[in-house]
Design a protein around this ligand. Structure first.
Ligand code: GAP
Length: 513
């Protein structure tokens, strides 16, 4: 656990030191759970968004994109259920005055028991070597059986209190489990209350004429209300999808863990409209496709797992998360939800407008079913950034900090470094930049010894360093150094573009899907 916390602290300080993420309004001591993306962060974020957009929109003939407004007619949120039910259960500790999400307290407690099981398994694996059979161990080891039973009981009760909105039962569960305040250890809790997560604001010039509106808590509703406009103007045939990326806002109660849980964040969502009855098949297909997208980035298959929901929202007939192994353990990165015809039917009812599709093959109209894929861009950023940050022991006994970002996502693809600041080397370096900058983000650096500049680029995540030396003036060649292997090769300046392209091209990466 301490190792995980250390790694997380390193992620936070590295993100600041290398110009990726800053606390919002830092000079005023910041605003809780709101962050700004800095000069490198904005590029990484843009590249992730583009990687998603190309995979989802450009490569699918039957998926188109939109960019709906953040402010929507307030009835949207009545129809979607957010006004009445977009709540989190909160609980306060009377001694420490800290506020928590009741479900998160229980989930964290349950995860600690799970960690103990994992620890026992790791120990046993070491002891038994190749002969170790995890399934058998889980089924026969008394400690594991006891702990697993406890986890199952906690999960069942948590599901029950949530489904039944049993707030008294929720508090009792926390008391029965002996959960203390993570900050102070105190068990002096208030009752559990429901708290609506939407941010409200007003439209209109004067108080009397103003209308209460909300900052959207998800981008999905902008897609639902535009379903028929897009279907008709784009002459889309079912099955088809509408994709969108954009800001969403939630007044999160517990806003910790850096950019994992923010109050203002960005979503990348796709609603796939299908014929009723075929949703199960599409749900499975999108689960598989989305996992492949993640795996194409090469961040290790062992770092992803599916978590199928036992507790389904009232409108869903199946739902799963793709969880990622963040520095604080496996947590939700993306959701895939089979949302039935709930949203479109609700908007039909509240707007009085038909939101139906006429199926020529079936010769009838129906409200389509929807399978949605929904990923937080900031969470994806954190997954990529934290997974890439590594401390490497080198043969010469030193260590280097290297940010092994997938090259396709790296903010800068290459740094061009004249060996010295004289003898015409900066001029050659700048000429290389002039040529490459039309295709890639490239960086110029002439300060300090070249070894130091390499380390700086390693830590910033730049996949290539191109060094111009005195021989370059004669042979039109440079040394290209690869961030991950630190291998260096002499190449012709005229070949640089092709060499870099092979490693950073979106096509090369997405073809791994
Ligand atoms: N339209 C479905 C929807 O919004 P969700 O599970 O509430 O579903 C989808 O959110 C994704 O948005 C999550 O998997 C997560 O990646 C991201 N997300 C949700 N709340 C977030 C927050 N407060 N900060 C950052 N990302 C968040």
């Amino acid at each position: 656990m301490a190792k995980q916390e250390d790694q997380f602290k390193k992620v936070l300080s590295h993100a600041k030191e290398y110009g990726y993420v800053f606390q919002s309004s830092e000079i005023y001591d910041g605003l809780s759970a709101v962050y700004d993306y800095a000069q490198n962060g904005v590029e990484l974020k843009k590249n992730i968004r583009e990687y998603w957009w190309k995979a989802m929109v450009q490569l699918h003939e039957n998926i188109v994109g939109i960019d709906a407004a953040i402010l929507m007619h307030p009835t949207t949120w009545k129809a979607s259920g957010h006004v009445d039910a977009f709540n989190d259960p909160l609980i306060d500790n009377k001694d420490s005055k800290k506020r928590y999400r009741a479900d998160v307290l229980v989930e964290d407690f349950r995860e600690k028991i799970n960690q103990k099981i994992e620890k026992d398994i790791t120990k046993a694996k070491k002891r038994f070597g190749d002969a170790f059979n995890e399934e058998e161990f889980r089924a026969t080891n008394q400690n594991v059986i006891r702990r697993q039973k406890q986890i199952d009981e906690i999960s069942a009760e948590l599901t029950r209190v949530q489904e039944e909105s049993d707030l008294v039962g929720f508090k009792q569960l926390i008391v029965d489990l002996g959960i203390g305040c993570p900050a102070s250890g105190s068990k002096n809790w208030t009752e559990v209350k429901q708290f609506n997560l939407m941010f409200g604001t007003q439209i209109g010039a004067s108080a009397e004429n103003s209308t209460q509106v909300y900052l959207r808590p998800e981008t999905a509703q902008g897609i639902f209300v535009n379903f028929l406009n897009v279907q008709k103007t784009g002459r889309m045939k079912i099955p088809f999808g509408i994709a969108q990326t954009g800001k969403a806002f939630r007044n999160e109660i517990v806003a910790r863990q850096f950019i994992f849980r923010m109050r203002e964040f960005e979503q990348m969502e796709m609603q796939f409209f299908v014929k009723p009855g075929t949703q199960k098949q599409w749900y499975e297909q999108w689960k598989e496709t989305r996992l492949k997208w993640h795996l194409s980035l090469g961040m290790g298959a062992e770092n992803y797992r599916f978590h199928d929901h036992d507790k389904l929202a009232h409108y869903a007939d199946a739902a799963a998360d793709i969880e990622f192994n963040f520095p604080f353990g496996f947590k939700e990165l993306e959701g895939i939800h089979s949302r039935t015809d709930f949203d479109l039917s609700q908007h039909e009812q509240y707007s009085g407008k038909k939101l139906q599709y006429f199926d020529h093959e079936e010769n009838k109209s129906y409200v389509p079913y929807v399978v949605e894929t929904s990923i937080g861009l900031d969470r994806m950023f954190l997954a990529v950034f934290s997974n890439s940050l590594q401390e490497e022991a080198l043969d010469n006994g030193t260590t280097r900090t290297v940010l092994k970002l997938p090259a396709v996502l790296a903010p800068f693809k290459a740094a061009v470094l004249p060996l010295v600041k004289k003898d015409g080397l900066p001029e050659v370096a700048k000429k290389i930049i002039e040529d490459l900058k039309w295709d890639f983000n490239v960086f110029y650096d002439e300060k300090d010894a070249v070894g130091k500049r390499y380390r700086r680029q390693d830590a910033a995540g730049t996949p290539f360093c191109i060094t111009v030396d005195h021989d370059s003036l004669e042979d039109n060649s440079v040394t290209i150094r690869h961030r991950d292997t630190m291998d260096q090769k002499r190449v012709k300046i005229s070949d640089l573009k092709e060499i870099i392209k092979q490693e950073v091209d979106v096509k090369t990466w997405l073809q791994k899907m």
